[in-house]
Design a protein around this ligand. Structure first.
Ligand SMILES: *Cc1c(COP(=O)(O)O)cnc(C)c1O
Length: 399
């Protein structure tokens, strides 16, 4: 499905809101405007019921309890609440946290902030496939370690970490485990108990819900996790997240998750086939294309490809507005720095900048993938035809 003239292949950045989700949300803007915290009248109760309904749906999806679900404004806020909340609340036990170099900036920058205010953070390295070494994780855990933060699936490469094994290590070592599951919820099965996580975050706008709604799962039994809140005010969400709830957005999240659960298996398969078709064709038709990351443990809708001696930004400029993709240098807002994820995997600056992320989703059709294959192929050929670097490479003067 085209959005204007553009083929959208950037679903890991955000997704369009599913029309069914919009339909579910719409009445909550005008017909049912109640504040879920207004306990004195029917309009408040109506909004509260709607919020609690989504809370149940989210809880069931994660195999959690409704009282373990906190609504926030998005994954970034959930991540901040989890990391800063634990850091403050458990500082008597210790001030050491462990995370991974390939985490999303919402985790990395929060950890860097904590390091600045007196915490100590270990940033674990990854290998060339983006995998962490579990022995290295175990060895990094110390007496004063309070929390380990590892994402479920990487937003740039789609690499899926062995979450249950990490959870087991955390359990053995008696440290808390937080998982940024923003790219995984709604795409693959999530069971917080099997994963052994104490805290888990995700965002509605990555699963065809609206922007501005997120979730933090916080375990309430064996053990019950305590957090220091970021916001103070009306005491919403068990005093952990004050502020009027985004009722339409939360209603939309309920619908978005319901649809995602219904279609999960078939979508995973359909997108996997499209992704493999895209990859196979680009690799066959273009010289010097490599897949970045672990092809065995990967989300089925993500492909991160490296085009030898091609600048990713130049490639996207060449293709113009016809395809929306993410380059290996554009993942963190406006910065043109090479992707920290690809650098952590051992790619050079040039290799990272010659990489492009294709992330597929619900509204992508086969014909669009055909068009993308042909557009990318001709753009690469055209750039190489005028590239002195490519000429030197072909003449054997460059690796
Ligand atoms: C998108 C994303 C976030 C941030 O989500 P927001 O909704 O923008 O706050 C965090 N982590 C991962 C892995 C993401 O993909």
């Amino acid at each position: 499905m085209k959005f204007g003239k553009t083929i959208y292949l950037d679903y890991n950045s955000t997704t369009p809101v599913d029309p069914q989700v919009i339909e579910a949300m719409t009445p909550y803007f005008y017909e049912h405007p109640g504040n879920a915290a207004s306990k004195g009248h029917v309009m408040g109760w109506f909004a509260e019921d709607a919020v609690e309904n989504t809370r149940k749906i989210v809880a069931k999806t994660l195999h959690a309890e409704p009282a373990e679900i906190i609504f926030t404004s998005g994954a970034t806020e959930s991540i901040n609440l989890a990391l800063k909340g634990v850091a403050d609340r458990y500082k008597v036990k210790g001030k050491h946290l462990i995370t991974v170099k390939t985490e999303h900036s919402a985790v990395l920058d929060t950890c860097t902030y904590l390091a600045k205010i007196g915490y100590e953070v270990t940033f674990l390295p990854v290998n060339h496939l983006g995998q962490i070494d579990l022995e290295e994780l175990r060895n990094a855990i110390r007496e004063d370690t309070i929390l380990v933060s590892v994402m479920f699936a990487n937003n740039e490469t789609g690499h899926i970490h062995p979450i249950a094994e990490i959870g087991k290590i955390c359990h053995d070592c008696n440290v808390l485990f937080f998982c940024d599951a923003t790219q995984a919820v709604g795409k693959v099965e999530i069971d917080v108990h099997e994963m052994g996580v104490h805290l888990l975050a995700f965002s509605s706008h990555k699963i065809y819900g609206s922007k501005g709604v997120g979730v933090l799962y916080r375990r309430q039994t064996a053990p019950s996790i305590q957090l220091t809140p970021l916001f103070h005010g009306g005491g919403h969400e068990w005093d952990l997240r004050s502020g009027t709830l985004n009722v339409p957005g939360i209603v939309g999240l309920g619908t978005a998750i319901t649809i995602a659960n219904q279609r999960m298996k078939q979508e995973e398969e359909r997108l996997g086939q499209l992704r493999d078709y895209l990859e196979r064709n680009l690799i066959d038709q273009i010289e010097g294309v490599e897949i970045n990351g672990d092809v065995q443990k990967r989300l089925s809708h993500v492909s991160n490809l490296r085009f030898l001696h091609i600048d990713g930004e130049a490639l996207m400029t060449k293709m113009g507005p016809s395809i929306a993709l993410s380059s290996g240098s554009a993942c963190t807002s406006a910065s043109a720095a090479p992707s920290h994820v690809l650098l952590a995997m051992g790619l050079t600056d040039r290799e990272a900048k010659s990489s492009i992320r294709f992330s597929l989703g619900r509204f992508v059709e086969k014909e669009e993938i055909e068009e993308v294959i042909s557009k990318v192929t001709s753009a690469v050929q055209s750039l190489r035809s005028i590239s002195p670097v490519w000429d030197m490479y072909k003449a054997g003067m460059l690796p």
